[in-house]
Design a protein around this ligand. Structure first.
Ligand SMILES: *[C@@H]1O[C@H](CO)[C@@H](O)[C@H](O)[C@H]1NC(C)=O
Length: 579
């Protein structure tokens, strides 16, 4: 990922510049490789770069030939080569960066440009000829993005990858809505992403096609292997990350075989642990490769003896990935907590619990020289995989809840994945949130997705990758992983983690404090000591007006307020087809 900061129509932008650079520096962890900024008229765009594609040439902000259009992007555009090919007017590209296509796309399609992008992105584009700024965020909000205003400069508008860039200069801050584009010409922020499944009351009726579901996810994973730098996969040993790892590993082996054949069957020279792979969508809308990754690295984390590490190791052995197990102690986790909240910019209990291990693991991964990882977020939202979905009264409610959860991903799991990794200059890519995969999976009849006596949660995904009725097929995963029952990520790292958080909250928050929440919290009153504690830690980093960007988990179909899945009775239920 990268970090961006921008201000449009600042009354004295030259004077503001040193401040702007300081604010941009607040997100340098996201892009430690280079920094750049451009001032044009009253607008400043700043960029902190993490280089993954176009490493040599892609410094930002990017500009067009006469420098009348300036662009700062945080993102990855998987279909950039296809876009280049189909531009109506020939365009002189200055770099090999995938993001540069946004400039000619804007020239041709104006504010419809973001709709043409297949990828994850947040960007600010300044068009000098029109003194106009447009800003947009990817459809689901895989990348984080904020917008702010200051009552001192009412004409100015601010944008940044993270909240921490804005709160000292803005007194009003909002999370920029995913799938939207802002246009300074009208002052309006409008929705550009309007997929067929957006209207949650429209209940799909198409029965699941397992082949389509499988192929769609496979394509989505392969697209995301576009990189010129070492990468890996986060592997918790749960269904979602294991499938992503399995697909990525198959692709790695396929490319290796292809390269070997191209080399006349002669074994290629010894490669380093992590090599280069450049897979992406080529000019003809096919997935293509320039070089290949000799070995896929996978990573897991847990407390000593955690179920996740054990399961991940099993999967890694089965797949043949080069697996790295990280164990952390409860003390490591507790020590990191304030830092986690600073980076996550949230006090949501589920997010903080689950982010801490991911935050610790990301640091290790980055220290190994890896810049990008694939991750399994989104599957539970799309397929209704959370255990509370068992309580859905009917298919209609089930479907509506999946749509609601996908729409809220930018406040929960996308935020977690993006910020836990970006804290250390690592980038997370999430294949389940691919536009085409969503288009398919969100249009499957919810009756097929629902948990029943015969069907464990996420049955259709498991079934789509279950090759057991074809003895000649190479299995994607071991049977017991493919059909392993869900554990919440935060539980999978070891049950001791959540208990420790609750115990520690008791030490920091008294009953007296619970009875007297801070007046500035308004109606957003923590309902547990743990929630109270996180809110206090949040307040140490951020002033009260930042809380408007945080959304806490709200339970559905159950009276419990503890978001941990294990608190639910059905967690221990056993299924017949689990060995
Ligand atoms: C420069 O910016 C100011 C403030 O937005 C605007 O009023 C003015 O028209 C702009 N000048 C040009 C040449 O675009």
């Amino acid at each position: 990922m990268c970090g961006i900061f921008a201000c449009h129509r600042h009354p004295d932008v030259q004077k503001f510049k040193p401040t702007a650079l300081k604010l941009a520096k607040q997100v340098r962890h996201r892009g430690p490789d280079w920094s750049g900024n451009i001032i044009s008229n009253h607008t400043i765009l700043c960029h902190e770069r993490l280089s993954i594609v176009g490493v040599e040439s892609g410094a930002q902000p990017l500009t067009n030939a006469d420098e009348s259009i300036i662009l700062a992007v945080n993102g990855e555009i998987y279909n950039h080569r296809l876009i280049r090919k189909h531009l109506k007017e020939p365009y002189h590209f200055k770099t090999a960066s995938d993001c540069e296509v946004i400039i000619p796309l804007y020239m041709e399609h104006d504010i419809d440009a973001p709709n043409k992008l297949d990828g994850m992105f947040s960007f600010v584009l300044y068009d000098k000829k029109q003194d106009r700024t447009i800003a947009a965020r990817d459809p689901i909000g895989v990348t984080t993005f904020y917008q702010g205003w200051s009552s001192k400069e009412p004409d100015a508008v601010y944008f940044a990858s993270e909240l921490k860039c804005l709160h000292t200069v803005c007194d009003k801050i909002e999370a920029f809505p995913p799938g939207h584009v802002f246009d300074s010409k009208t002052g309006k922020t409008t929705r550009y992403f309007n997929p067929s499944w957006w209207e949650e009351t429209k209940i799909p009726t198409a029965p699941v096609d397992y082949t389509k579901l499988r192929e769609s996810l496979e394509k989505s994973v392969r697209k995301r292997l576009m990189a010129e730098v070492p990468y890996g996969v986060l592997l918790s040993g749960g269904l979602d990350s294991s499938l992503v790892a399995s697909i990525a590993q198959r692709e790695t082996l396929r490319l290796k075989k292809q390269a070997l054949e191209a080399n006349g069957g002669v074994e290629l020279p010894e490669n380093p642990d992590v090599g280069e792979g450049l897979v992406g969508i080529d000019d003809d809308n096919n997935l293509s490769t320039v070089t290949y990754l000799p070995q896929l690295n996978s990573f897991s984390i847990g407390l000593p003896g955690s179920p996740d590490n054990e399961a991940a190791l099993k999967v890694a052995k089965f797949l043949g990935t080069k697996h790295h197990v990280m164990t952390f102690t409860i003390e490591d986790g507790l020590n990191a907590l304030s830092d986690v909240i600073y980076h996550l910019e949230s006090y949501d209990v589920t997010t903080i619990r689950a982010s801490t291990p991911m935050f610790l693991l990301s640091r290790k991964i980055k220290a190994m020289g890896i810049k990008m990882v694939l991750s399994g977020e989104g599957s539970d939202e799309i397929l209704g995989g959370y255990l509370y979905f068992h309580g859905a009264p009917d298919a209609k409610s089930f479907h509506e809840e999946t749509v609601r959860r996908v729409k809220n991903l930018h406040l929960s799991d996308c935020l977690r994945a993006n910020k836990s990794t970006s804290a250390w200059g690592l980038e997370a890519r999430v294949p389940f949130l691919d536009k085409a995969f969503l288009e398919y999976a969100m249009n499957v009849d919810p009756k097929d997705k629902m948990h029943t006596k015969e069907h464990i949660e996420k049955y259709i995904l498991r079934k789509a990758f279950d090759t057991s009725d074809d003895p000649t097929a190479e299995p994607y995963l071991p049977e017991e992983i493919l059909w392993r029952q869900k554990e919440q990520f935060s539980d999978g790292v070891g049950y001791g983690w959540i208990d420790a958080l609750k115990d520690n909250a008791e030490l920091h928050v008294t009953d007296e404090m619970m009875k007297n929440p801070k007046p500035e919290w308004g109606n957003d009153i923590p309902d547990t000591k743990e929630a109270y504690w996180y809110r206090m830690l949040f307040d140490e980093h951020f002033p009260p007006h930042c809380a408007s960007t945080v959304v806490r988990w709200v339970p559905k179909w159950s009276a419990q307020t503890d978001p941990s899945g294990r608190a639910m009775a059905n967690h221990n239920q056993k299924y017949d087809h689990v060995a």
